[in-house]
Design a protein around this ligand. Structure first.
Ligand code: R5P
Length: 296
């Protein structure tokens, strides 16, 4: 695989370095400069002609800036004769994968067009919000799962008493099922009704025995922390002992950590798809496995 290299975009240098090391590939980077008016400029310093370039660049906040950077880098790589393989640890806009209300832009569909237009030949992300979203991509596109890594972390680092794995909503049922199966524990999904206009979240009654148990809340992402906060409060009302929150993408916007702590959450654990104080788990192994599988 001598024609493959890794390019670390400005948003995901750590994962890019780890991936290059794990796969014994050359690592190249770009120079990035932001002008006072907010515009950015990218400069490629490497010869990428006829190379397969794994462009590692997440689109976590500031989402639009990181997205534009990804498009600029991919465009330049294509112009210089490279085949671009986008490795986007966190894929922004994956939640807007349908026209939920008339007139809404299906953001993920627009993004898939943009990636293809700048010459991206394949894409991999980690735990896309819903696998339905991959259907918008007309290039080979994959979502690898960090759930086994979260489960292994819970097994090794947390001493649990009668643990119960819980998804804060039905959309996460498959995720929590996989998580619980690895740990060999019970699981349940709560019901969450989110108003699309006000963002209000309501927990509906769910038939779950939680009294005296340690709860492992599992979600794809924690943004404002509201879903975890409401779930923790709800489960506390049923006598839950301790609540831990595990997610792939710890976006942790604004007061997210504070509101989860106030709701009694003991610990928040995430991966490094999004850099944060709780990004304890490195997703490099699953990304490296993905490329090794493609090569074999
Ligand atoms: C929603 O369906 C997702 O799986 C997450 O539960 C949600 O995006 C988390 O957002 P927040 O932390 O703002 O409640």
């Amino acid at each position: 695989m001598s024609d493959w290299i890794v390019l670390g975009g400005p948003s995901s240098i750590e994962i890019a370095k780890n991936l290059a090391k794990a796969m014994k590939l050359e690592l190249v980077q770009v120079d990035y400069k932001a002008f006072p008016d907010g515009e950015g400029k990218v400069r490629l310093n490497a010869d990428v002609m006829n190379k397969n370039v794994i462009m590692v660049h997440g689109t976590h906040p500031p989402c639009d800036t990181h997205l534009v950077q990804a498009l600029f880098i991919a465009h330049k790589l294509s112009q210089e004769g490279a085949s671009v393989h986008a490795c986007i640890p966190y894929l922004a806009y994956a939640r807007q994968d349908s026209e939920f209300q008339a007139g809404e832009v299906v953001s993920l569909a627009a993004i898939s067009h943009l990636f293809r237009t700048v010459g991206v030949k394949s894409l991999v992300t980690v735990d896309i919000h819903s696998s339905h979203g991959l259907g918008y991509f007309s290039i080979p596109s994959y979502s690898v799962s960090a759930i086994p890594l979260l489960a292994e972390f819970a097994k090794e680092k947390i001493t649990l008493n009668s643990p119960l794995a819980v998804s804060p909503d039905f959309g996460g049922s498959t995720r929590v099922e996989a998580f619980a199966r690895i740990l060999g524990i019970e699981k349940v999904s709560l019901k969450k009704a989110r108003s699309r206009t006000t963002g209000e979240i309501v927990m509906e009654e769910s038939n779950v025995e939680v009294s005296g148990r340690d709860i492992l809340l599992v979600d794809d992402m924690i943004s404002t922390g509201t879903s975890i906060q409401r779930a923790a409060k709800y489960l506390e009302g049923f006598g839950a002992k301790r609540v831990f929150a595990l997610c792939t993408h710890p976006l942790l916007v604004g007061r997210a950590m504070e509101i989860m702590e106030d709701a009694g959450v003991q610990e928040v654990i995430g991966t490094n798809t999004v850099p944060s104080p709780v990004s304890h788990i490195d997703v490099t192994p699953i990304l490296a496995d993905h490329y090794r599988t493609i090569w074999s």
